[in-house]
Design a protein around this ligand. Structure first.
Ligand code: SF4
Length: 199
């Protein structure tokens, strides 16, 4: 297994890969990421334009009426918990006055786990990040880059393998690859990684 070959091949396949959640302000990405749990990014992108039009600032979210907020995010699922988390999260961010720039601080925010913390580190703070979403875990196992489906262990394994400066783009490209080629069911084999694939 040659990690640089994998990185280069993914770059050739998806040179412009980026975060698939739509946002304009950095703090909006955190809300979109919270909404994306147990939901598709596509679904989140459908509801966030109206959501961010109605709630325009962190202060608006921090003071939101929960029932009103729930109506905007209803179709993303788990809307009771997500609404509570988003309100609490925005209050924390508003009080802090900045977006924390360490994983340790980020995971203290309501509803934010390591996956979202890594997304924020990569896309907002431009620091090396490993976002262990469902595509990432499936594909890194198929490519023999890890032997576990436990997200924190996958993150740890991949941090040792991927050059830090390539890691954020690598994660975005893996998502594209997982959606278009190496799907959970009926992957489009063979792909350029056929020779090293364990499936
Ligand atoms: S050969 Fe198939 S399963 Fe293996 S990495 Fe390529 S698309 Fe995925």
């Amino acid at each position: 297994m040659d990690i640089l070959y994998i990185c280069k091949t993914l770059e050739e396949l998806y040179p412009d890969a980026k975060c698939s959640l739509d946002y304009k302000e950095d703090w909006q990405l955190i809300i979109a990421a919270r909404l994306s749990a147990q939901c598709t990014d596509e679904r989140v992108n459908k509801i966030t334009p109206a959501l961010f039009e109605h709630y325009r600032t962190l202060d608006d979210f921090a003071n939101a009426d929960i029932a009103d907020l729930e109506q905007y995010i209803y179709s993303c699922g788990f809307y009771h918990t997500k609404a509570k988390d988003i309100k609490a999260l925005c209050k924390c961010l508003y009080d802090l006055g900045y977006i924390p720039d360490t994983i340790e601080e980020l995971i203290k925010l309501p509803g934010i786990g390591r996956k979202t913390a890594n997304l924020i580190m990569g896309d907002i703070h431009h620091q090396p990040s490993i976002v262990t979403d469902t595509h990432f875990i499936r594909i890194t196992n198929r490519l023999g880059l890890t032997n576990t489906t436990i997200p924190a262990k996958v993150e740890s394994d991949l941090r040792k393998l991927i050059p830090p400066e390539l890691s954020t783009d690598f994660c975005h490209r893996i998502v594209y690859f997982g959606r278009n080629i190496c799907k959970a069911k009926n992957p489009h084999c063979p792909c350029p990684f056929f020779g090293i694939c364990r499936l």
